[in-house]
Ligand binder design. Structure first.
Ligand code: LLP
Length: 409
């Protein structure tokens, strides 16, 4: 058993009251850059990829990683994924093009999503090299892929994304595995599809993805049981892969102490499925981590425009807003906000807000923090995933640049 791995250490923290990101003091590092901007670490990314992969290897032979590139599709991230031999999970033609131009082989691309258009499907099927699988989410999509494959006289690999009807413990907007959600197909729908002939389709796998930033393993366990039931009822043990999606949570703050660790996650999946495949060929095991790979490898750097105290609230008004990080507004998400200098004075309670004309434009409410002053800089933690990729130009703002700490002299 390979025990040669350790958890990537925390990469944002104080040394002598000065904030460091990947061993560099931020104040000096960024003195020539105007804010706001995203700052990533190549080393952080590499550590996360290698950690996730080596943990998975500890439990499975040749586990396959398909990075969910919706989390952060910066070309350098994709190049690193490709250079380390991994694949991606895409949800649009745009992501396909980015992945291929970063060097990801089409044979390592899985295409998920409920709304793949005919144009997107045709563009991908018409390429010389086929993708690994279309993870299909409806019978209508299946019919479309069949029609286009037949027109191109091709056999297309597909997998069914099962909607296992489970309630994952996470924010309701990022829970995807219930029958009230638009994602995947119920086992009944999959069985209807299995009963029909699809001359140009080759069923290669089954997938589940029940949500993101999952708080515990409970719903995943139930979803896997549903998947195994479906396999048993329909004699699908011969499938070449089982895809367990993404969703593994990362540590954002005080509410995240009980998250399932990566080794526990893989160990639980292994113990659930191993007995099932005892007497048959073990399928390839696929994971689609997004947040786990990029989340803590990035921060958002912002400057305090001004302080404002109305006697009820003490606002820290930053030059970044919901346009750069919408997660607090959308999901009530917690992100650490750390000023570059930690002062000795007593902590204060602040609302950290942005400049956008929306009450929802906040990063944190009633947050205890070291004393903050006008023109201070802050780093907002865990902005490597779902920050830049969800940015908008609302209020005619520009999308801020992205830098790598390794490239900053
Ligand atoms: N696979 C599929 C099919 C997905 O839909 C997703 C995420 C993933 C994998 C990766 O999940 P992860 O490992 O990153 O949890 N904007 C939200 C997250 C939305 C996730 C959507 N799907 C947020 O900021 O929390």
């Amino acid at each position: 058993m390979n025990t040669n791995f350790s958890i990537p250490s925390s990469t944002l923290g104080y040394v002598d009251n000065r904030l460091h990101f990947h061993h560099k003091p931020l104040q000096e590092a960024i003195s020539n850059y105007s804010t706001p901007f995203y700052l990533y670490s190549k080393q952080g990314l590499k550590d996360n990829i290698e950690y996730f992969h080596s943990c998975a290897q500890n439990f499975f032979d040749h586990p396959c990683i398909h990075y969910a590139m919706k989390a952060n599709s910066h070309p350098e991230v994709l190049k690193m994924i490709a250079s380390l031999g991994h694949g991606v999970d895409i949800v649009s033609l745009g992501e396909y093009k980015l992945a291929v131009s970063a060097g990801v082989s089409p044979s390592k691309i899985i295409f998920s999503g409920v709304g793949k258009t005919e144009m997107e499907i045709e563009e991908i099927i018409s390429q010389k090299e086929s993708i690994k699988s279309f993870n299909v989410e409806s019978i209508d999509e299946l019919e479309t892929i069949q029609k286009i494959s037949s027109r191109y006289n091709q056999i297309t690999n597909i997998a069914f994304r099962l909607n296992p009807d489970v309630r994952a413990q996470t924010h309701q907007h990022i829970s995807t595995g219930g029958s009230c959600h638009k994602f995947g197909m119920t086992s009944g729908e999959i069985e209807v599809a299995l009963a029909q002939k699809w001359p140009n389709l080759n069923l290669v796998g089954l997938s589940i993805h029940i949500g993101s930033q999952l708080k515990n393993f409970e719903a995943t366990k139930n979803a896997i049981n549903e998947m195994l039931d479906l396999i048993r009822r329909n004699d699908l043990r011969h499938l070449s892969f089982l895809d367990f999606g993404g969703g593994l949570g990362i540590f954002y703050g005080p509410h995240d102490h009980d998250l399932t660790s990566a080794p526990d996650y893989f160990s639980q999946i292994k113990s659930q499925i191993a007995p099932f495949f005892e007497n048959s060929q073990f399928p390839q095991i696929i994971f689609e981590p997004g947040r786990f790979i990029t989340g803590n490898a990035g921060v958002l750097i912002s400057k305090v425009v001004r302080m404002k105290d109305n006697g009820i609230k003490h606002f820290v008004i930053l030059d970044a807003g919901m346009t750069e990080l919408i997660r607090p507004a959308l999901y009530d998400a917690y992100h650490e906000i750390l000023p570059f200098d930690r002062r000795d004075e007593k902590d204060e309670i602040y609302d950290f807000v942005g400049p956008i004309c929306e009450t929802g434009d906040f990063f944190a409410k009633d947050r205890s923090s070291t004393l903050i002053k006008k023109n201070d800089y802050v780093a907002i933690g865990n902005c490597g995933s779902y920050a830049r990729c969800m940015a908008s130009t609302y209020n005619a703002r520009e999308i801020p640049p992205e830098y790598f700490i390794e490239d900053i002299k």
